[in-house]
Design a protein around this ligand. Structure first.
Ligand SMILES: Cc1ncc(COP(=O)(O)O)c(C=O)c1O
Length: 376
């Protein structure tokens, strides 16, 4: 007799239980996804700020398919189709000097830490409470949350964590053996925590004084998420290194780091088999083409969310929205899903909404109305 086994049973039997999940998402289009039972949701998670152009945007699908018919992989032993073109584009939109590609946010962090160490010749890093930079051995070392980091210590990186938002605390620990200060311009995993501009300005000044590099992690905030290509572009501060990933290629795995003039890897200092491959670059170029068209509207869409959720005092920067809910956050997330809206419970009872940048006014109004209904 043929055995039938469902996705839940397959997962339970064969997949390591590192995630907690309930819904199987089977397909998506624009800001909507459908689960295995055919139920429709407006997706305000978007693969955690990844599906920037919405699900399966036709331009991105076409670019991936066209490239897949020509060449899927060739290795960085050769010039890679689309790679130079994408590097040029990313350098232009970020206002930096040169790019290097990776396959994820964590790898971008690792690359940034390596670049800072090798170019400064210094060892120490400063990072922040509640900060998140990834889960590889290098990036985990500068990720704060003790529950996910401490079981793996020692992680081979000399680092100090100081309070996010506290410039004086940074001043006390940065010295002339500090290779870099790594900071999110808005903390995403922590639940959309927006610091004052003076915090980022203070870090810049302290880094300059000590010959340390300012590494800004824009993995979650970058690629148009906050209404500009980088969240840092809302300030007058220019970082030394910026990391990107998530929204860069609409869900095709890719990351990047960009750095200012005079900061680059030299031969053999860094590398990767897959990074910056033809498919990823094609997906990213198509993604940027779409975002160029919708970017002017992102802040206005954020304002519409702000108005609809006003009574809950949301923290809003473009389409990055956080609200402090408390212990009920998981229950709220569940109730929203029941009513056809996917939202995400980030750290410390903070509800996070990071919808596709293509979300429509009508969808925003449906989301805010359902949230008001659920939150009361
Ligand atoms: C700010 C930030 N940096 C780095 C990462 C790690 O990215 P990835 O999961 O692609 O390794 C994340 C992921 O959530 C992030 O939010």
């Amino acid at each position: 007799m043929k055995e039938t086994i469902g996705y839940r049973e397959l997962d339970a039997r064969y997949y390591m239980p590192a995630f907690s999940r309930e819904i199987m998402i089977e397909r998506g289009k624009g800001s909507k996804v459908w689960d295995a039972d055919g139920k429709e949701y407006i997706d305000c998670v978007a693969g955690i700020a990844v599906c920037s152009t919405g699900h399966c945007h036709p331009d991105v699908v076409r670019a991936i398919c066209d490239q897949a018919h020509r060449l899927i992989h060739c290795s960085n032993l050769y010039y890679v189709p689309n790679q130079g073109e994408l590097a040029k584009k990313i350098v232009e939109i970020t206002g930096m000097h040169k790019a290097f590609f990776s396959n994820s946010g964590a790898e971008s962090t690792d690359g940034a830490l390596k670049l800072a160490r090798v170019r400064t010749g210094k060892k120490k890093f400063v990072a922040f409470t509640h900060g998140f930079h990834g889960r590889t051995v290098g990036s985990l070392a500068v990720t704060h949350k003790p529950a996910i980091r401490e079981p793996f210590e020692p992680l081979g990186m000399v680092k100090t964590f100081v309070e996010y938002g506290d410039v004086d605390a940074v001043r006390k620990v940065v010295d002339n053996d500090t290779a870099g200060v790594i900071v999110e311009p808005i903390q995403g995993e922590a639940g959309v925590i927006i610091p004052p501009d003076s915090f980022l300005e203070g870090i810049r000044e302290i880094c300059d004084k000590n010959g340390s590099l300012m590494i800004v992690d824009e993995v979650q905030t970058g690629m148009g998420r906050t209404g500009k290509w980088l969240a840092m572009q809302h300030t007058n501060v220019k970082p030394d290194i910026v990391t990107l990933a998530k929204g860069i290629a609409s869900g095709f795995p890719m990351g990047a780091l960009v750095a200012r003039e005079d900061l680059e890897f030299k031969k053999s200092e860094h590398g990767s088999t897959f990074a910056g491959g033809p498919l990823a670059c094609a997906a990213a170029l198509a993604t940027i083409g779409v975002i160029e068209k919708i970017l002017p509207d992102v802040s206005r869409k954020g304002d519409r969310f702000r108005e609809g959720l006003e009574k809950y005092s949301p923290r809003v920067r473009g389409l990055m929205i956080g609200m402090t809910i408390g212990d009920k956050c998981p229950e709220i997330q569940k109730k929203c899903a029941e009513q056809g809206v996917l939202v995400n419970c980030a750290a410390d009872g903070n509800l996070r909404l990071v919808p596709p940048l293509v979300i429509t006014n009508q969808e925003i109004d449906s989301v805010t109305s359902i949230l008001r209904d659920v939150l009361g």
